[in-house]
Design a protein around this ligand. Structure first.
Ligand code: BEZ
Length: 212
């Protein structure tokens, strides 16, 4: 059964490169990113994990915990992490789940048998502090993900959660945003006393507020 947006992210206990993790407890009140890669000691995955390690301060700044996974063992992850540090210039600084028995991969439907019946695809789940799934995406093994886009989505999700605004197509941090349609004009006046640009009653643009 696949996981849909708004579902509670399945809880689990797993061994990771940084010790045992009880997922919901580990998330605490943070946002989370759970992402899988197909296999240790493979080239695209090596670049992905190096990049996530490099931009981890950007996740920290947004109160987001990051955790990786593949169906390799923790011992294999730890050996591979030496190569990642050597070739990508940054040590892996977040936990990697060893999921050799596929418990978590099966819970999150990360194995797509018609693509590959043993390896996880490149899945990503963004999870809110309420433990609900806010985004899921799936990339093929041969395409490295754009982790800057994940940060952009997190910025958008946090603006919606904390400021009642949505973000338009191709929005970048700092550009105008959209007052969510569920907010009445009366309520919007309280939140946006400087007003907004009403293109249509359902399309109200406003300067981007800060996320919190
Ligand atoms: C890679 O990370 O390079 C990769 C992994 C599995 C299949 C294809 C590519």
């Amino acid at each position: 059964m696949s996981i849909r947006l708004g579902d509670t992210a399945p809880d689990f206990t797993a061994q990771t490169t940084l010790g045992e993790v009880h997922f919901h407890d580990w998330l605490g009140t943070s946002w989370g990113v759970l992402f899988s890669h197909p296999k240790d000691f493979t080239p695209v995955c090596t670049t992905e994990l190096g990049y996530v390690a490099r931009i981890k301060p950007e996740f920290d700044r947004r109160n987001v915990k990051v955790i990786g996974l593949s169906v390799d063992s923790v011992e294999s992850h730890l050996k591979w992490e030496k190569d990642i540090e050597e070739t990508q210039g940054t040590a892996v600084n977040f936990p990697m789940i060893g999921d050799a028995d596929r418990t978590v991969a099966n819970l999150y439907d990360m194995i797509h048998p018609n693509a590959n019946d043993t390896l996880t695809v490149r899945s990503v789940f963004i999870i809110g502090p309420d433990k609900k799934v806010k985004l899921s995406l799936t990339y093929p093994a041969s395409t490295g993900r754009n982790f800057d886009e994940l940060l952009r989505v997190i910025d958008s999700l946090q603006l919606t959660a904390y400021q009642k605004v949505a973000t338009p197509a191709n929005w970048k941090n700092g550009e105008d945003v959209i007052i969510v349609p569920s907010l009445s004009n009366d309520d919007a006046k309280q939140l946006f006393p400087e007003g907004w640009d009403e293109k249509k009653p359902y399309l109200r643009l406003v300067k981007q507020p800060t996320a919190k």
